[in-house]
Design a protein. Structure first.
Length: 155
């Protein structure tokens, strides 16, 4: 259903131009200059960024980051704006989660989600993630409340 591979520069450029509506503008890559530059730089992306293709079309991306806990990894993801809020998130996130678990074999997977994004938090809960921490994070030119969610993989 989904094809996952390393993020290409042409697709990174497409993602950098995505624009979300309303409060979800928070996720526009241009909202955070550091994230924007990292996305566009092949060297900065390294082997951490992946693209998700469905029926030959770019539908999303994700990044995998190491954490201070050597048994845990963190995933950040984004879906094409025109696909969000339409019930497609569960299959999309499940494909990503399964891919990352198979690739990295972590004991724990983390998602750090901005507090206002109830839609994402509900999705992660459906995937078996539990809230483990509330914290403030500096990003997008301000400080925002975030919720860290974790799932043990049994690996």
């Amino acid at each position: 259903m989904f094809k996952i591979e390393r993020l290409t520069s042409p697709n990174a450029l497409l993602i950098a131009q995505w624009h979300y509506q309303g409060e979800y503008e928070f996720y526009d890559m241009t909202a955070d200059p550091e994230d924007y530059q990292e996305l566009l730089s092949e060297e900065s992306r390294g082997d951490s960024y992946y693209q998700v293709i469905q029926a030959g079309k770019l539908v999303g991306f994700f990044a995998v980051e190491d954490t201070n806990d050597e048994e845990a990894i963190e995933i950040g993801l984004g879906m094409a704006p025109e696909l969000t809020g339409k019930g497609k998130g569960f299959a999309f996130a499940t494909a990503i989660l399964n891919y990352v678990i198979q690739l990295k074999k972590p004991q724990k997977v983390l998602f750090d989600v901005v507090e206002f994004n109830v839609r994402a938090r509900k999705l992660y809960q459906k995937l078996g993630f539990k809230v483990v921490n509330h914290h403030d994070q500096e990003t997008n030119g301000g400080v925002y409340p975030f919720i860290l969610m974790a799932k043990f993989t049994g690996k």
